[in-house]
Design a protein around this ligand. Structure first.
Ligand code: SAM
Ligand code: SF4
Length: 335
C-alpha cells in the first residue's frame, strides 16, 4: 500500500463550524450474523465490483488521515469477516491515527492477538443478550459462546477499555439490562446502551413499539447501581456515567431522546465508497467514482473530501412513526 502523505491539520471544518476528525469506514456489507434490527433475514449483498478494494479503502483512510482525521473506526457489516482485512488493518496501523474496530466478536478468538499487534487501540463488541436462545433470536446465529470467548480473548490479548454495545428493545431484551451491567462489571468492561435507529425496512418487529429510551434503561440500572454523571467523552455520541464501586463506565447513545448533532465530529464511508456526511440523511459524495476515474490522483481525492464538508447537514430528524426513514440498512451505513 502507498506511503502516507503529509498531514494537513484542520482541513475538515463544516459550515456549522464543526471539525471533522473521526471517520467510520465500512469495510464490508457482509456479516456472519443477521441481527433483527440491522438486517432482514434474506439480505442481498453487493456484487464485488461495487465494493471498494482493500487498496481503495486504504487510500480513503490515508486521505482522511492527511486531512487531520485522528480516529478511524472500521466497521461494517462485520469487518473481521472481510477477506484480507488484516492487511488493511496493518497498513492503517502505520498511519498517525487511533484505529478502533466495532465487531460482533465472532472472530476474536482467532484474531484478537493479531489486531493488538497491528496497533488497533480499542474494540467495541456488540452483545445484546447473555441468554443463548435469545441471542439466537436476536442475531439469527447461535454463537453466543464464541462471542463470550472472543471477549475473553480480547482481554487476554491486552485490549483495555473494551466497550460492549447493546441495543435495548422493549419486550425483547430490556429485562437483561442489569445482567449486562453485571457482566460488564465482572469483566472490567465498559458498556453502552443504544436506542434502536430506523435504518432500513425490517419486518421482524415494530420499532416504535420496541423503542426503549435511554432514560428508561438508566432507571432500570439505578434500581441497583446509582449512576454518577461524568464529562468523559470518547469522540463518539455516548454520554458516560460511572458507579461508585466499579471501574466500568456506562454509556448511553440516544439518537432519539438526546440529539447529539451539534457536537458531531464524524463522517462515514460506506463500503461502496459513498462518503456520508450524516447518519440520518442522504447527503453524500461518491469517492469510488473519483478514485476509479482518476487512479493515483491523491490530491483530487483529498480536495473532494474537503469540498464535501459544505454538504454536512446541521442535524438528523429520526421519527419512529415514519419508518423506514432511511432506506439504507445499518450494515450498509457502517454503524
Ligand atoms: N458487525 C459489527 C457489530 O455488530 O458490532 C459492526 C457493525 S454494526 C452495524 C455496528 C453497531 O450498530 C452494532 O453495535 C449494532 O448493534 C448497531 N446497530 C445496527 N443496527 C442498528 C439500528 N437499527 N439501531 C441502532 N443500532 C444499530
Ligand atoms: Fe452483523 Fe453487526 Fe448488523 Fe449484527 S449489527 S447483523 S453483527 S453488522
Amino acid at each position: 500500500m502507498t506511503t502516507p502523505t503529509e498531514t494537513q491539520p484542520n482541513a475538515l471544518i463544516d459550515d456549522f463550524g464543526r471539525r471533522v476528525d473521526y471517520v467510520r469506514l465500512s469495510v464490508t456489507d457482509r456479516c456472519d450474523f443477521r441481527c433483527v434490527y440491522c438486517m432482514s433475514e434474506n439480505m442481498e449483498f453487493l456484487p464485488k465490483p461495487q465494493v471498494l478494494t482493500l487498496e481503495e479503502l486504504y487510500q480513503v483512510a490515508e486521505s482522511f488521515s492527511s486531512l487531520g482525521v485522528k480516529k478511524i473506526r472500521l466497521t461494517g457489516g462485520e469487518p473481521l469477516v472481510r477477506r484480507g482485512v488484516m492487511e488493511l488493518i496493518r497498513a492503517i496501523g502505520k498511519l498517525p491515527v487511533d484505529q478502533v474496530i466495532t465487531t460482533n466478536g465472532s472472530q476474536l478468538t482467532r484474531l484478537a492477538g493479531q489486531l493488538r499487534d497491528a496497533g488497533v487501540s480499542r474494540l467495541n463488541i456488540s452483545l445484546d443478550s447473555l441468554q443463548a436462545d435469545r441471542f439466537h433470536r436476536l442475531t439469527r446465529s447461535d454463537r453466543l459462546q464464541q462471542v463470550l470467548d472472543g471477549i475473553d480473548a480480547a482481554r487476554e490479548a491486552g485490549f483495555e477499555r473494551i466497550k460492549l454495545n447493546a441495543v435495548i428493545m422493549k419486550g425483547r431484551n430490556d429485562d437483561e439490562v442489569l445482567d449486562l451491567v453485571e457482566y460488564a462489571r465482572d469483566n472490567a468492561l465498559d458498556i453502552s446502551f443504544i436506542e434502536e435507529m430506523p435504518l432500513g425496512g425490517i419486518t421482524e418487529h415494530d420499532r416504535a413499539e420496541a423503542y426503549c429510551s435511554s432514560d428508561e434503561v438508566m432507571a432500570l440500572i439505578e434500581q441497583r447501581h446509582p449512576l454518577i454523571a461524568t464529562t468523559e467523552r470518547t469522540a463518539g455520541p455516548s454520554r458516560y456515567y460511572r458507579m461508585s464501586d466499579s471501574d466500568s463506565r456506562i454509556g448511553f447513545i440516544s439518537p432519539h431522546s438526546h440529539n447529539f448533532c451539534s457536537e458531531c465530529n464524524r463522517v462515514r464511508v460506506t463500503v461502496e465508497g459513498r462518503l456520508l456526511l450524516c447518519l440520518g440523511n442522504e447527503h453524500s459524495v461518491d469517492l469510488r467514482q473519483v478514485m476509479r476515474a482518476n487512479p493515483g490522483n491523491a490530491e483530487l481525492l483529498r480536495q473532494t473530501i474537503i469540498d464535501s464538508m459544505a454538504l454536512k447537514p446541521e442535524r438528523h430528524w429520526f421519527d419512529l412513526d415514519e419508518e423506514p426513514q432511511i432506506l439504507r440498512f445499518m450494515n450498509m451505513t457502517g454503524g
